[in-house]
Design a protein around this ligand. Sequence first.
Ligand SMILES: CC(C)(COP(=O)(O)OP(=O)(O)OC[C@H]1O[C@@H](n2cnc3c(N)ncnc32)[C@H](O)[C@@H]1OP(=O)(O)O)[C@@H](O)C(=O)NCCC(=O)NCCS
Length: 138
Amino acid sequence: MIVIEKAKKRDLPAMLAIENLCFSNPWSKSQFEESLSNFLVAKKTRKLVGFIGVQKLIDEAHILHMATHPDHQRTGIARKMMKKALSVRAKKFILEVRKGNLAAQNLYKGLGFKVISIRNKYYSDNDEDALVMMYEKL
Ligand SMILES: CC(C)(COP(=O)(O)OP(=O)(O)OC[C@H]1O[C@@H](n2cnc3c(N)ncnc32)[C@H](O)[C@@H]1OP(=O)(O)O)[C@@H](O)C(=O)NCCC(=O)NCCS
């Protein structure tokens, strides 16, 4: 069973471990510390298997970051975390995703996100474009 709960300070080491496994240009410890209050974590039999960051700005929310531990991917964890994030009181949800990250794009499209614009060369590590995607509650 997967439990989604607010991230706590003690979750940071496991979040950082997943971050380093999932990203070539990972967030630093201090980046996670600064926005920890925005994060939810997914736990499977008490083991931290994923995280998502969502920041509310008036009636709009920004999905900051998310990942599922590679050993637990494709088991519905990200979909579950995202559904929880979308339950935040906001009308619109915005995120950026690398043009080449088809796994994440499939996840977002499956939940109803649509591409609304492209930011050229948004990612400085490889000049990759970002797709800006939005989900709007009815
Ligand atoms: C993208 C990511 C968060 C998806 O996490 P996940 O827990 O494996 O996703 P889920 O199991 O909930 O998958 C939900 C849907 O997303 C899509 N999806 C997920 N992984 C996919 C893959 N490797 N290829 C294609 N589609 C994929 C599918 O539509 C899937 O539904 P299905 O399994 O019923 O076909 C995960 O691959 C990850 O952590 N990647 C590295 C970090 C990253 O890219 N984060 C997002 C940054 S914007």
